[in-house]
Design a protein around this ligand. Structure first.
Ligand code: GLC
Length: 558
């Protein structure tokens, strides 16, 4: 029965996600409450006051499910539980309640393209044999060649090597092959099987019922595949797709949207509707379908993350994404760092266009990061992003100005990329090093008993403790910017001030405030208006290079 007073409660805001500042937590590297060297759920709960003081609207939690950790948790062995090393479902419920009490929403990462090879259904598929309904849950095929010893197609895995692995049949004979677009421990689900579709709807409801407010959908563009025989040749993986017609055998097929239309119905069973954001590595023109209100509702764009520190690139990316978002009915997304890429203060301190693979292999020594420039630009970029209409996605540790850790000892590397490329590419561990909370002491306050990836000595100087309350520190800068953003954001409009061709990006937002960034080499005269915040110190009336400032007031162009 409805409570008599329910009618007086404000309606839950269904649009909370449109301009949210979302903070990504990679749980194993955030905070370790039980002293096993791995971050955990209770570690997150203990840091909620920190998150609240940071001023974020939502947390996106990378996978926390039971996982053998072949791919940092993106290999899930049970979609409806918490990894025992990270806690229990009760710990999860407590975390959700505490986040909600602090007015912070929770977005859970969901991994629908593949499971772990330790998932019960994959183990059953191995045991049940060829042609069984158990094998139909995954993508098994006979191999080519007289003895079936060659993979069914030339498809390659994102992490290197063939996308097919041959199994040993229960009889002990070499047998069929299964498809895995990522590591061999990550077999791809067969989304043509209604049982898989049903099971994921069950998972979406399971977490939504527990109070999860939204989902980040991993590799959202890969679920639907054309497996008709003969399998088409596709000897390389592009991370940005060239085909734009929805007909590639593996990626961004039009049928994928039927899946998300079903998900949308589940999301809309809730009040407010659950939200979703697609991780879809597709060309901009194809992104809108994922972001439509009949689909997932929002999609990441990684355009700024991939752009050079360049005024022209930034301006066209912003313009294009805002107009695409408007067309799709979604809001835009912005992101500079996440658990898959070199942290942005390091990127901006390196030459434009650098290939980070060899740089990481040289332990970050060739060339060395210009840390001063890198951090200065990173802060300017962040302040610019926080002024844009749409959602801003932040990655844990960027509020401390953490740099990539490029020189992790080889023996400590965990990323399957390192192993699957025969130690030719290091992978992504350098942005996943556990956070420093204190200046000194055991794992810089991450936990009481070491950290699963070694932290460098310089982490102490960038720790929360070293920056808390220190004027001008990156942490205080993020807190201030997020607080102001919360006060200033209103309609999702942006008006450019000044044309293209100069070295500044200057725009105004509804409610009479402006953001201006100097990408050039020389200081510029600041336009009139009270400075609300700046990413670096301002000299009298001037905006130095690599700096963003927000100003109060509207601008009349003369
Ligand atoms: C996504 C994740 C990445 C993971 C991959 C496979 O790209 O962000 O970390 O390795 O999917 O699940």
């Amino acid at each position: 029965m409805t409570d008599t007073f329910d009618q007086f409660k404000p309606a839950p805001d269904a649009n909370w996600w449109r301009q949210a500042a979302v903070y990504q937590i990679y749980p194993r590297s955030f905070a370790d409450a039980d002293g096993d060297g791995l971050g955990d759920i209770r570690g997150i709960t203990a840091k909620i006051p920190y998150l609240a003081a940071l001023g974020i609207d939502a947390v996106w939690l990378s996978p926390f499910y039971p996982s053998p950790l072949a791919d940092g948790g993106y290999d899930v062995s049970d979609y409806r539980d918490v990894d025992p090393r990270l806690g229990t479902l009760e710990d999860f419920d407590e975390m959700v309640a505490a986040l909600h009490a602090a007015q912070i929403k929770l977005i859970a990462d969901i991994v629908p393209n593949h499971s772990s090879d330790q998932h019960e259904w994959f183990q059953q598929a191995l045991a049940a044999g060829k042609g069984s309904p158990e094998r139909e849950r995954y993508i098994f095929r006979d191999g080519l060649g007289a003895d079936g010893g060659k993979p069914p197609s030339d498809w390659v895995s994102h992490f290197g090597g063939s996308a097919w692995t041959r199994i040993t049949e229960p009889s002990g004979e070499p047998g069929q092959w299964y498809l895995h677009l990522f590591a061999k421990e990550q077999p791809d689900w067969n989304w043509e099987n209604p049982e898989i579709r049903e099971d994921f709807l069950k998972t979406l409801r399971f977490w939504s019922d527990r109070g999860v407010d939204g989902f980040r959908v991993d590799v959202a563009h890969a679920l639907a595949k054309d497996m008709s025989e003969p399998l088409r040749s596709k000897p390389s993986v592009a991370d940005e797709l060239t085909p734009v017609d929805g007909k590639d055998p593996l990626f961004d097929r039009d049928e994928v949207h039927d899946i998300y239309a079903e998900w949308r119905k589940v999301f809309n069973e809730y009040d407010p509707p659950r939200t979703a954001v697609a991780e879809a590595w597709v060309p901009a023109s194809r992104r809108m379908a994922y972001a439509s209100p009949e689909g997932l509702g929002q999609a990441f764009n990684f355009d700024l993350l991939r752009a050079d520190w360049d005024v022209g690139q930034f301006r066209s990316i912003i313009t294009n994404n805002l107009s695409q978002a408007e067309e799709s009915g979604a809001s835009s997304t912005w992101v500079f760092s996440n658990h898959d890429v070199v942290r942005h203060p390091s990127r901006y301190g390196l030459p434009a266009g650098l290939d980070y693979g060899p740089w990481l292999m040289a332990d970050g020594s060739e060339p060395e990061v210009d840390q001063m420039t890198g951090l200065r630009r990173a802060r300017a970029a962040t302040l610019l992003m926080l002024a844009l209409p749409g959602s801003a996605y932040l990655y844990q540790g960027e509020e401390l100005g953490l740099f990539e850790v490029p020189d992790l000892p080889a023996a400590t590397l965990q990323d399957p990329i390192w192993h699957r490329t025969g130690h030719q590419r290091k992978g992504r561990d350098g942005c996943r090093v556990p956070l420093p909370w204190t200046q000194e002491g055991e794992s810089f306050g991450f936990g009481t008993n070491g950290a699963h990836l070694p932290q460098p000595a310089w982490f102490g100087g960038l720790s929360v403790e070293a920056q808390d309350g220190i004027a001008g520190s990156t942490l205080e800068f993020y807190r201030h910017a997020l607080k102001l953003r919360g006060q200033l954001q209103s309609y999702e409009d942006l008006e450019w001030i000044g044309g293209t061709g100069g070295s500044t990006l200057h725009f105004s937002r509804p409610g009479q405030w402006q953001s201006i960034t100097n990408f050039g080499r020389e200081p510029l005269a600041l336009p009139p208006g009270k400075v609300l915040i700046s990413s670096s110190k301002l000299a009298a009336g001037q905006l130095p290079p690599d700096t963003t400032a927000w100003l109060a007031g509207s601008v009349q162009e003369g």
